[in-house]
Write a protein that binds this ligand. Sequence first.
Ligand code: ADP
Ligand code: MG
Length: 365
Amino acid sequence: MSKEENAIIARKLSKRFPRKVFPRLEYFDVLRDVSFSIKKGERVALIGSNGSGKTTLLKTMATIYLPDSGDLLINGYDVYKHAEKIASHTTLISPALDFQKKLTLRQTLRFFHSIQAPYGELDIALDFLKRMHMEYLLDKRLESFSEGQKAITRIAIGMMKNPDIFFLDEITTGLDVNRKEDLVDFLKENISSEQTIVMVDHDPLIVERICDSYILLSRGVVVKQGRAKDIGKELAYKYEVMVIMKDRPEFDEIVMLFPDQADDVLIDGHVVYFRAEDEDELYSIIERLRLNRETITKYVVSLVDLSNIYHALKPETINEIRTVEDEKGLPERTPTFDELQEIIRLFGIMIDTKSGVKIPPRKLP
Ligand SMILES: Nc1ncnc2c1ncn2[C@@H]1O[C@H](COP(=O)(O)OP(=O)(O)O)[C@@H](O)[C@H]1O
Ligand SMILES: [Mg+2]
């Protein structure tokens, strides 16, 4: 394949940040020997738990950060030599973009249009806002905007440039279901097959609908790449059901009510969590909930959140991650406090990282 067909080529890319470890200054690697290539027009999802390096990789590709070592070619241009050229043909849309609150939406668009000049067209942003039913806000100040409206404003600004490559960092976060649908439709209709997308999103359905492929990162290492529609195959479960009981339940009681789910239940006060591998299992849980409706206040079903993907992965995939991390000489994974809480919440188990022994605290203290 000729080089021209690749939008992005990364070879052994590394990025480190300083970290103060009193009284010294240490460095830690956020990206380690990251290699991949992305074809022109491809739509790629970066997935991986919080802190795995997704945003750092997006920012590096968008030339906001320079890599510390390795090669990175964007549209054939070397990031060390042609950062400006790359920046003019790419857009990073990120929730970190903040606004001058006293400006109206129209003034804000004009401001960003003027600083992007000569690239970008105001009309693209206006069309997008119309499509997202936000035209009526054009002369309102941003201080009155909801988080969802600000998120749409950021996307409108990013769209203006009509870039060759879009880097989209969690752009659907904070949007309600209808807005998400409108946005996905807009992206599918208005981004041409020549334009490339590299994106991060927590919602597996969004990823499935927009992306062709995925790159799985763990602690700054590329563990695996594959087709976006196969992400589900890496997951041990797809749904989580949170049930609020009227009375604080005992574990034995829950086992009696939900005999099929006894292995996968976590009780935390009034709240009971179940995990379901697929739709069939989900329906069987919901059926049981219906039968026991008088004992339940309410229940919420949610899809697995990709920002916690590490906890939802199948043991085989976790083993693959460990193998790749071992090859990179990464120290044994010791879960952070947040990760431990998440493990307890989702699995109802704790794993002693040294012995590998599973400790099942059926109830949280
Ligand atoms: N500018 C920075 N300075 C120091 N550490 C950073 C900086 N940006 C990110 N990090 C650290 O790098 C790691 C990866 O962060 P990030 O790329 O934001 O991960 P993700 O987007 O996958 O959640 C985290 O441990 C984070 O704290
Ligand atoms: Mg991030």
